[in-house]
Design a protein around this ligand. Structure first.
Ligand code: GLP
Length: 237
């Protein structure tokens, strides 16, 4: 079932989203959290850090698995998703660094890295709560629009609109990696609970299509309509 909430402000979105994640951590302290990067979750991570500092959250038994990573960027590259996670969450809470997983964009054998990533998620018992953003083209993770939904974790070629959208984080569009490792639709859909967040006018169309348009690989997030427990929060600003 898909629960769609529209709120006025990004602050409201973050409060509701952070409450859901905090609730999951309190209810199941050894949860496996599927985490996302991008500008959308930043405010949520900030609230989670504040809750940790206030002594209200304990990450010591949490495991995290991130959705994606750029091919060719190491964890010390400021635009890598590993770096993002360190700087927005991991460095400020008591999560065990050995239990934070992000695909390795520098792996010598990318196919083996993808297969090992899926195996790891399976061994962990799957994802309890998966946080997702959405691209303007409807991508989740880096599952880009295409002819079919890609089930396993894979190497994804980035769509031109994604390269353009993500160029703001790099010196120029030419510096945006052309490929990424992305958790596949399979492990995302097997998460027991999913929270998708999006804010601002640029995302309105893709969110509306995702929640009530046709289910099609041309808009990858639309597959979420088939998941039994999804919350989508969209804020207008
Ligand atoms: C990026 C990431 C996605 C993210 C999306 C939206 O390309 N791969 O996981 O959800 O784009 O990013 P933002 O929240 O910055 O708009």
């Amino acid at each position: 079932m898909l629960n769609y909430q529209v709120v006025d402000t990004y602050e409201e979105l973050c409060r509701i989203g952070a409450d859901m994640i905090a609730g999951q951590i309190v209810k199941k302290p050894d949860s496996v959290l599927g985490l996302a990067t991008g500008s959308s979750p930043e405010g949520i991570y900030k609230i989670l850090v504040d809750l940790y500092r206030a002594g209200k959250l304990d990450f010591s038994k949490i495991t995290s698995v991130n959705l994606d990573e750029y091919v060719g960027l190491g964890g010390d590259h400021p635009q890598s998703y590993r770096y993002f996670m360190q700087k927005h969450l991991f460095d400020y809470v008591n999560i065990d660094p050995a239990k934070t997983f992000v695909p390795n964009g520098l792996a010598p054998d990318l196919a083996a890295e993808c297969a090992a990533y899926d195996k790891r998620i399976e061994t962990l018992g799957g994802i309890d709560l998966q946080l997702l953003g959405i691209g303007v083209d409807g991508h989740i993770g880096f599952n880009e629009p295409g002819d079919c939904f890609v089930e396993p974790t894979h190497v994804a070629e980035l769509h031109p609109s994604t390269i353009a959208a993500n160029a703001r984080f790099f010196a120029s569009a030419d510096d945006v990696p052309r490929a990424a490792l992305s958790m596949g639709i399979g492990p995302i859909m097997r998460a027991r609970k999913i929270l998708l967040i999006a804010n601002g006018k640029a995302k309105k169309e893709s969110v509306e299509k995702a929640v009530s348009g046709p289910i099609t690989p041309l808009l990858p997030a639309s597959i979420l309509q088939l998941h039994p427990d999804v919350t989508v929060i969209y804020s207008k600003n």
